[in-house]
Structures are given as C-alpha cells and as structure tokens.
Design a protein around this ligand. Structure first.
Ligand code: B12
Ligand code: SF4
Length: 475
C-alpha cells in the first residue's frame, strides 16, 4: 500500500507580545525530514495553515484532496485544541485515516488527551523521530503496535502507554529539516520585531534538552533531563545550507539552554573560519549565570552574528528563585545584562509574576528591579502550570488551578491566584508591569531614537497602543 502522510500546522493565534511574525513549522519539518530519510517510499505533504492562510475549512478541503493515510500535527499547550480539531476534521473526512499528535503538551497529558479527544488515535511522547517511523512501519506491516516505544493509544477500552523511547544518541545523524517541502512558503517566514518584515527567518535546532530542573519548565523532562548538542561543524553546515539554499538571513536557535562552556568556543572558531560576520544574524537563549561565566565567549559570538539573547531572569526574590529551582543569583542578572549591553547584543529579559507568595508589594519590587536592570526588552509573564512541570503537580494537588482552558496557557493569562491576589488582580498587576515599562515617556524617547536599529523596531511595537490595549482587555 502507498502510504501518504500529511503534517498539519494548524491555524492558531499569534502571541501578540512579540508582534507580527510567521515562524516555520519546525517540529514538522524535522519529523518530515526523518521520514524522508528512513522511509523514502512515503509521500509527504506539509500544510502550514499560517503561511497558506487556511482556516479549518481549508484543512478539511486539503485532507479531501490529498487523501492521506496518516494526519499528524503538533502544538504547544495553548494550541492543543487546534491539534485536536485537526484530528476531528480528519475523522469526519474519513474515519480510517490515522491521526497522530505529539509535542510537549500531549507528551505530558496522554491519558487525559486520549480520553478527551476520541478523534486522536496515537500520541507520540517525547522525542518524535524514531517513534513515528516505528509506528508507521508497524501500521504498514500489521505488526504489534504495543512494541513501539514512546507511544500512548487506546486498545479495547484501555489506554496503553508503552515504555519511553530511548533518545537519539547523536543529533548529527538527523537530516536537515525539510524546508524544501514548504519551499513555496519560504519567502513568508519572518519575525518583524526581531529581524524586520523582509528578512527571511528560519529556526535552527542546535541542541535539545537541559540538565537543570526548574520547577516551571517542561523542557528538561520532555528531553529526559539530558542536554545533547549537534557538533559545531554540523550547526554551521546547517546555517550555510539555510542561507545558500533558502536565503535564510535570521536564525532562531531553539536551544533551551545555550550552554557556552560546552560549545561556544568551537562554534565561534567554525563560524570565523567560514567567514561569518554579520550578514547572517542569530538569536539564542542563555542562563544569566552562564553569560556571567563567559563574557569573552559572549563577545566572540557577537562578532559572528549573534545579535539578540533572551535570558530567564525570572524574579528578584531569592526565595522565589529558590522555589523555581533555577539555581541562579539575583546578582547574576545585573552582571549578565551589563555584559550583553556592553557587547552591543540586544538583551531580552523574561520575568515571572504570580508565584504563590507574590503580593502587590512583591510584584512592585519586581517592577522596580526590572527597571533598574537596564535590559533592552523586558517581557513579564504569569507563572503558568504547564502539565509536566512540578508547578503543575503542586498546583493541581492543592487545587490552585482555576482556569482549565488550555488555550489560555500562554504565559500572560493568570491561571491561578496567589495567596493574596485573585486572578483578576494578578492580571492587573501584569498590565501595570508593561504600563510602567513601556508607558515611560523618557524610556520611549531614548529607545525610539536609539542608535540600535533593533531597539527602535522593538519599541515601535512594545510602546504602541496595541500591546497595552490587549493586556488591559485581559483583566
Ligand atoms: C521557536 C519557539 C517559539 C516561536 C515560534 C514557534 C512556532 N513554530 O510557532 C515563537 C517565538 C513564536 C514562540 C511563541 C510561543 N511559545 Co515557544 N518556543 C519555541 C522554541 C524555542 C522552539 C520550538 C521548536 O521549534 N523546537 C524544535 C522542535 C524540533 O522540537 P519540538 O517542537 O519539541 O518537537 C520534537 C518533539 O517534541 C516531538 N514532536 C513535536 N510535535 C510533534 C508532532 C508529532 C505528530 C510527533 C510525532 C512528534 C512531535 O518531535 C519533535 C522532534 O523530536 C520552544 C522551546 C524548544 N526548545 O522547543 C518554545 C516553546 C515551544 N514555546 C513555549 C511557549 C509557552 C510559547 C508561548 C505560549 C509563549 C512564549 N513565552 O513564547 C508562545 C505561543 C505562540 C503561539 N500562540 O503559538 C513553550 C511551550 C510549553 C508548553 N508546554 O506549551 C516552549 C516549550 C518553551 C519553554 N521553555 O517552555 N515559540
Ligand atoms: S528554565 Fe531553562 S534552565 Fe531551567 S530547566 Fe528549563 S531550559 Fe533548563
């Protein structure tokens, strides 16, 4: 039988805080490439609803015309319902089509999701590549599905969870993401605030996982607490490929924890040897303490294109940081932001409000702290109990979660009250964080007339009326 697999990036809402953007559907590109490599006889199509401006009716029509044997989609917690909707539409077109979902959210809610969404046939937990290939082979050959590791599915009114799939040992063995399958959309991928509307934007996976264990984070558990990197040679090959083959000019490293010590020098050497300067620019995420330990490497990578770093400052309270198990000190934040600013790297700091012990006063202190830090961009979030995190387990056990609508799990909707603040008060506090930061006339004037092009662009968005209006509406 000829197998046909359709990957669907469902229609979904934008995260208005980061402005206007259209990211490539990376997880699906990575999976599609692996299938091409391992199962070359399968016909593959990727429907990127954002890029192709398709709504759910468009998804239905595409499924009818492509007539796949399998439909697979991916989404974060806040997009989980859209994936389920794709599965539902698929089954309405033809109930024999096999529906598969994966990614962080489904990996941590297999029982709940299979119960809530009867239209989902299989959930692939954790790393997707090997399990997806093994599942397709088992479906095609009629082999025992229960032997495929990393899978959850229904069987005779029970839900079966097979043991975890071991991780791929060497990430260099992965093929390049299948950007060629979305070539018609390539010109559309962009991130206006970060790189400008006309700069071609691509997403590059340099590593997977993290060896820290923060209580609010899904990533370390999703990747089994292990940090694995591609080699520097492979990363730079991929950057060159993106640039030469597809015109990629701005690259977002997906790495949750860049980890300078383990790779930055080698990466810098590789990039310098191949004469990378600032024609290709790129973004990374690093811990504050790691930046502080390696100011020299931070500077070196700036020379070869790294122009934006996001760092998780999270909070000014040592007690809250301890609760988060973040293992950083408040002082690291000051030093890290100074290092970025001194090196002309755009500094983005993330802050978390809404811890159980947070009060109006403690959030006011966080606001003051964030103003003092001197970061180029401050993004304030609300502690969100993502399934799979320690925070979720704690909140669930204690009955703190008041909003079970996953569409709101986007880090800016208050999902739980604190001991002293209701959800709506917390939402108001979040609004005030943005109002104080981006409503400041002197800050806006300095930023809008900054010599840094990125800063001007970012402030045009952040200080515009839309961000505050949207946040105000959420109260
Ligand atoms: C790039 C990125 C973005 C980009 C664009 C993402 C996009 N395509 O829409 C932007 C900046 C827009 C963004 C926005 C947001 N993001 Co974001 N983002 C990422 C980041 C850094 C990389 C994603 C990626 O491409 N990874 C590489 C791929 C290959 O990994 P993967 O998705 O995990 O896929 C593997 C497996 O999970 C599995 N798999 C995944 N899907 C599927 C599907 C099938 C069928 C199968 C079989 C397997 C499978 O197989 C893959 C290969 O092994 C991740 C962190 C990370 N490192 O992954 C956060 C992350 C996904 N984002 C997150 C969040 C919370 C958000 C926001 C809500 C808020 C925010 N603070 O940014 C918004 C939501 C936007 C929206 N409304 O959709 C969280 C999600 C947590 C959760 N449980 O939901 C993450 C995990 C970050 C974190 N540390 O917590 N994000
Ligand atoms: S928040 Fe960052 S440092 Fe902490 S576990 Fe997640 S990826 Fe690692």
């Amino acid at each position: 039988m000829i197998l046909k697999i359709l990957f669907v990036e469902p229609p979904k809402d934008y995260w208005f805080l980061m402005g206007e953007y259209l990211p490539p559907p990376t997880a699906l590109l990575v999976l599609a490439a692996y299938i091409e490599q391992r199962l070359p006889d399968i016909e593959i199509s990727i429907l990127d609803c954002q890029a192709e401006e398709k709504d759910f009716e468009g998804v239905r029509q595409y499924i009818e015309s492509f007539s796949p044997t399998i439909v697979a989609s991916s989404g974060f917690t806040c997009n989980a319902y859209t994936c389920a909707r794709v599965a539902e539409i698929t089954k309405k077109v033809n109930e024999d089509i096999v529906t598969i979902v994966g990614g962080q959210h489904f990996s941590f809610t297999p029982e709940e999701s299979l119960n809530d969404f009867p239209e989902i046939d299989y959930i692939i937990r954790g790393e997707g590549e090997k399990t997806l290939v093994e599942l397709i082979k088992a479906l095609d050959n009629g082999n025992d599905i229960a032997k495929v590791k990393g899978l959850s599915f229904r069987h005779n009114h029970n839900i079966i969870h097979t043991p975890p799939q071991p991780l791929i040992k060497n990430l260099d063995t992965l093929p390049y993401p299948a950007y060629h399958l979305v070539e018609k959309n390539i010109k559309k991928y962009h991130f206006t605030m970060m790189a400008g509307k006309n700069t071609r934007y691509m997403i590059l996976e340099g590593s997977r996982g993290c060896s820290y264990k923060c209580s609010f984070c899904t990533q370390w558990r999703h990747w089994m607490g292990v940090w694995r990197t591609k080699s520097s040679k492979r990363i730079v090959d991929e950057m060159e490929y993106f640039n030469e083959r597809f015109g990629g000019e701005y690259m977002w490293f997906t790495d949750d924890n860049f980890s300078y010590n383990n790779r930055a020098k080698e990466l810098w050497q590789e990039l310098r040897q191949r004469e990378f300067t600032n024609d290709i620019t790129w973004f990374l995420q690093a811990r504050t303490d790691d930046i502080v330990k390696h100011p020299d490497l931070v500077a070196k990578l700036q020379d070869v294109g790294n122009n934006w770093i996001l760092t998780g400052v999270e909070n000014n309270s040592p007690a809250i940081l301890k609760d988060f198990k973040k293992e950083v000190h408040v002082n690291d934040a000051y030093q890290a932001i100074k290092i970025l600013n001194d090196n002309d790297i755009f500094s983005q700091a993330m802050f978390v409000t809404g811890s159980r012990q947070d009060t109006a006063e403690s959030i006011e202190q966080l606001r003051q702290f964030s103003l003092d830090l001197g970061t180029d961009l401050a993004l304030y979030t609300v502690l969100t109990p993502y399934p799979g995190t320690e925070i979720y387990e704690n909140a669930f056990t204690n009955g703190w979660i008041e909003d079970m609508n996953y569409a709101n799990y986007d880090m800016i909707h208050a999902i739980m009250p604190t001991e002293t603040l209701s959800r709506s008060q917390l939402q108001e506090e979040l609004y005030h964080c943005y109002k104080d930061y981006y409503g400041s006339i002197s800050r806006n004037i300095t930023s809008l007339f900054s010599r840094k092009k990125i800063k001007k662009r970012v402030y045009r968005h952040m200080a515009g009326k839309a961000v505050l209006r949207n946040l105000r509406r959420m109260i």
